[in-house]
Design a protein around this ligand. Sequence first.
Ligand SMILES: *Cc1c(COP(=O)(O)O)cnc(C)c1O
Length: 387
Amino acid sequence: MSDMKSETRIPLMDLKAQYLGQKDAIDAAIHEVLDSAYYIEGPKVAEFERNFARYCEVTEAVGLDSGTAALQLGFLALDLKPGDELIMPANTFIATAAAAAVCGIRCVFVDSDDRTWQMDVEKVKAAITSRTKGVVAVHLYGQPVAVGELRDLCATNGLYFIEDAAQAHGALFKGQRIGSFGHFAAFSCYPAKNLGAFGDGGVLTTNDARLAERVRRLRNHGRLTKYEHSEVGFNYRMDALQGAVLNIKLSALERWNEGRRRLAMRYRDRLASLPLRLPEPVPDTVPVFHLFTVNLPQRDALAAWLTQNNIETGVHYPVPLHLQPAFSDLGYRKGDFPVAERIARETLSLPIFAEMTDQQFNAVCVAVETFFQNEELSAPASRVAAV
Ligand SMILES: *Cc1c(COP(=O)(O)O)cnc(C)c1O
């Protein structure tokens, strides 16, 4: 088998290759910040906020130090009270729910749709109570949710519609940017996200000028003037270096997303005859494939095989939120959300990034094909540890 192994490890995402593609521009921007000695917020962050707002087709973008901060400050700015409920998917990264929980909000989880793997709209309907204040739509894996249906459902029931767009910079629904539909949207600029900083970063987008103003104050200790504070806030500001880097990277985002989409289409064609499940895209959406995820019962065996072949994979996410110890007080049990639980058992993320070479792409496909051709490797699902 050694002839099929790639010489060097194929990463899930190659941040070094991404940097080298823009090295001169990024190095110059970083040096500009160093020379300016202006390290927190300032002109670079303001410029990024203007550029990102324009890109997302919204009036306001607020730079922050993480996507989690964007969610938390957005929730606080809605003035939700302890005990108010927000409906959100069980199948997401913990930050979606943690940011609400630290505000005293009760997280109400719903199962995934078996075809799209996104939050099931019918189950959202069924979860609405008199305490429900909003729905948090997570555009998981860079696949937009059924924005139209969910937004209409929220409008009909007088609920906030909130977007967790941490994995979906640049995605579209009916030709309009994800991040422009909700009362607010939260983006993460964690390095491996589609638009990643050189450290932690995040942005909140909204068309509500008052909400943006409140979030600007909350990110900086509720500050009105230097030592006058209107309310208790936080230190969630964006660094100037991150703003400078993100400005440069934003100019390449469309190209990178196009590269990811092209690879995803090639994966879909190439893997079509294999016994793998792929998520069905929601109609009228253009995804940005933050992750390329497949489902199969022998997930752990395929992951181990790919590791042996020097190919990095990921599991997003192995434990759905209703089964996380952090949320045990909410009283959910195993079996409550069977689709989300199946996805957690079966999901595997394959390498996808704009700089991926044909050789790397082929090596991944050959390794996956070999896994299924070799019954020793792929058939005995019963030998796979039951989760
Ligand atoms: C990454 C992520 C977040 C949190 O963003 P950070 O910048 O890491 O704080 C929130 N929600 C989802 C779905 C994410 O993938």
